[in-house]
Design a protein around this ligand. Sequence first.
Ligand SMILES: *[C@@H]1O[C@H](CO)[C@@H](O)[C@H](O)[C@H]1NC(C)=O
Ligand SMILES: *[C@@H]1O[C@H](CO)[C@@H](O)[C@H](O)[C@H]1NC(C)=O
Ligand SMILES: *[C@@H]1O[C@H](CO)[C@@H](O)[C@H](O)[C@H]1NC(C)=O
Ligand SMILES: *[C@@H]1O[C@H](CO)[C@@H](O)[C@H](O)[C@H]1NC(C)=O
Ligand SMILES: *[C@@H]1O[C@H](CO)[C@@H](O)[C@H](O)[C@H]1NC(C)=O
Ligand SMILES: *[C@@H]1O[C@H](CO)[C@@H](O)[C@H](O)[C@H]1NC(C)=O
Ligand SMILES: *[C@@H]1O[C@H](CO)[C@@H](O)[C@H](O)[C@H]1NC(C)=O
Ligand SMILES: *[C@@H]1O[C@H](CO)[C@@H](O)[C@H](O)[C@H]1NC(C)=O
Length: 681
Amino acid sequence: MADAPSVLSFLLMLLLLLLLFPAFVLSRDAAEFVFHGFNSTTLALDGASVVKPSSALKLTNVSDDYIGHAFYPDPVQMFPTGSKSSSNAFSFSTQFVFVIRPSSPHGQGGYGLAFVVSPSNKFPSAEAEHYLGLFNSSNDNDPNNHMFVVEFDTMNGYNSSEDYKGSHVGINVNGMRSIAAQPAGYYKDGEANNKEIPLESGQAIQAWIDYDGESQLVNVTIAPIKEAKPVRPLLSANVNLTDILLEDMYVGFSAATGKTTSFHYVLGWSFKVNGTAPPLNLTLLPLPPNDQESSSYKPQIIVVIAVLSTVAFLLIAVLVITVMVRRRRRLENLEEWELDCPRRFQYKDLHEATRGFSKTKLIGNGGFGSVYQGILPSNGCEVAVKKISRNSIQGMREFVAEIESLGRLRHRNLVHLQGWCKRKDDLLLVYDYIPYGSLDSLLFKRKDGFVLGWDQRLHIIKGITAGLLYLHEEWEKVVIHRDVKSSNVLIDAEMNARLGDFGLARLYEPGATSHTTNIMGTVGYIAPELVRSGKSSASTDVYAFGVMLLEVAAGRRPVGSGNFLLVEWVVECHRSGDILRAADPRLKSEYNTEEMELVLKLGLLCTHDNAQVRPSMRQAMRYLNRDETLPVVADWRLSDSSRSTEMSMKFLEIISTDTFTGSQESYYSTSRPFSSFGPGR
Ligand SMILES: *[C@@H]1O[C@H](CO)[C@@H](O)[C@H](O)[C@H]1NC(C)=O
Ligand SMILES: *[C@@H]1O[C@H](CO)[C@@H](O)[C@H](O)[C@H]1NC(C)=O
Ligand SMILES: *[C@@H]1O[C@H](CO)[C@@H](O)[C@H](O)[C@H]1NC(C)=O
Ligand SMILES: *[C@@H]1O[C@H](CO)[C@@H](O)[C@H](O)[C@H]1NC(C)=O
Ligand SMILES: *[C@@H]1O[C@H](CO)[C@@H](O)[C@H](O)[C@H]1NC(C)=O
Ligand SMILES: *[C@@H]1O[C@H](CO)[C@@H](O)[C@H](O)[C@H]1NC(C)=O
Ligand SMILES: *[C@@H]1O[C@H](CO)[C@@H](O)[C@H](O)[C@H]1NC(C)=O
Ligand SMILES: *[C@@H]1O[C@H](CO)[C@@H](O)[C@H](O)[C@H]1NC(C)=O
């Protein structure tokens, strides 16, 4: 290991050298100057700005909403004496080197630095943040400001409709609105493309601003410290400064912080009126400072003590932080793999959002768990949080992978699954909040006599069709819904249908190969082959979809009292030659008979006992849009004899355990994993 004291004394020598030879040359003629580093008398400082012992100028510190100014102390003459009215403003040119370093090592800083030509070097009522210490909300863009500004802004512009995202360079006159702006970058000579320069990198950046008073053209060029001045400027804009500038102007810099802060430094600066600014000798510049609010020149012993105590402090800080992170993780009960799941929510946020899962926030209760309405503290978004308690999900990791993937599904007819959170045995799913409730409640639970009109019903049906089509055929992989039913269809403010709870049911199945196969689904919506095999598929979804079509058209639940089975009943109506008899009487014949017939017949086709006969969702869509006519299927059902009475018995059995007398308002799902219809029973 290197000998620590000797390294230290070497660094100190370097520091001393820089201090004793702050190599700047000042031309007595005020129209030209060049500074390699600064001292406290070369500039008029104001606000948070200071000259560091290294001779670097530091404009801002870690304080929020602070401003720093540094101006050349004397005004610069911008017009021939006494003849502002009759001639153009003089040309001028400047070069400087700056460094912007966010005050927290990996965080985003704020807000930016500006080169300013201004009638005054005092800005008593200027604001920080986006105004960069130069303007305020009432004088921004006021022509009486007489200011020319080149901004090096590290935040999104305050006027999102016109300003640039993130780090950008802009030419402004009298305010923060840019005449021209570009993301920070440079055109390396011989290359056509702009290379990005992150302004907040903590690296030194060179900037040149050249104004030609004859052609009224401003060029702004930036480049990393090692590069020569690029031939092609980043920004080139026509700005007639004749009316904007006054005869005597101050030139200098302004920087500001906001809720986030950066250190803004200027290491060297040259300026000239009527000519090209003397190029800076980069070897003479102070080293880019890397202080975090520390280090002024001290005797060696103090430095040693300071360094040692800093090291000790850092060690302790690292220890404390590690312990805190560990404890935090333990609180959230995280396993390693959970850390890089983008859709994981923090339990405390959901707890806060639902006011501690308060009863007043409860909006639904289903077989899988309770649903709470909440408002996320982070962004104020309304969400529905489904809490699945004491879940027995095997293979949590695979489950989460599935949710992460379902969270990427986006369709206007699906309820978006935003994410999840696991805490001990509880699993929480976070969905978009859809205010109007379910199709089921709209059809059957309204007590105010409201009847869903036919056009609305058809619109809802088409929405469900589109959503299910997307799940089955249009996403990157096939997603079987497994629990299509009217209480899983939510209706949004525009009467659009949004399918909820898709894809999750599978996770409650202990696995297709197991002997004790549990069926997922809801009584009345379960395809016959699903009862036999226990295997969900796209066509078992289609079956449930068909039941729902009948439900919407007939306005009756899939199963009712007295062994009523909706599907059977519609088949009867059809056999008797009057399928319209099945239409919802509450509609009072206010419907298009062709459409009604289409929906009922499509419902029958989809609920055909033979899965082969059922259409795909894409076909169903084509039938509904009348791009294709429905096939004529003679035997809608298998013959009564081949249809096992055993199955009807099973339905009855189910009905007795899971009634539909509707006190349970279902939201997102009331489906209940009921078990034991495996072949072995
Ligand atoms: C600061 O720089 C100016 C201009 O070169 C010089 O006259 C002055 O002596 C310097 N002051 C200090 C304290 O170094
Ligand atoms: C930042 O600068 C201002 C103005 O000099 C000062 O009041 C403030 O205490 C400084 N903040 C810190 C954290 O040093
Ligand atoms: C904005 O600045 C102008 C000029 O300095 C001043 O007259 C005005 O009062 C300030 N307005 C606010 C809202 O601070
Ligand atoms: C934002 O930019 C738009 C488009 O240039 C402009 O119409 C609007 O006045 C600007 N808003 C503010 C606050 O400057
Ligand atoms: C500005 O840049 C253009 C090239 O884009 C160049 O022709 C022009 O001379 C430059 N003007 C000044 C004042 O540097
Ligand atoms: C610049 O503005 C001044 C004053 O309005 C005007 O006299 C002059 O012609 C303008 N120059 C150009 C090139 O437009
Ligand atoms: C700039 O040049 C003009 C003539 O083009 C001259 O009148 C003026 O004095 C010069 N200004 C400076 C500061 O050198
Ligand atoms: C820059 O300064 C160094 C150190 O004084 C000197 O050796 C070198 O010649 C200078 N470079 C230029 C281009 O002036």
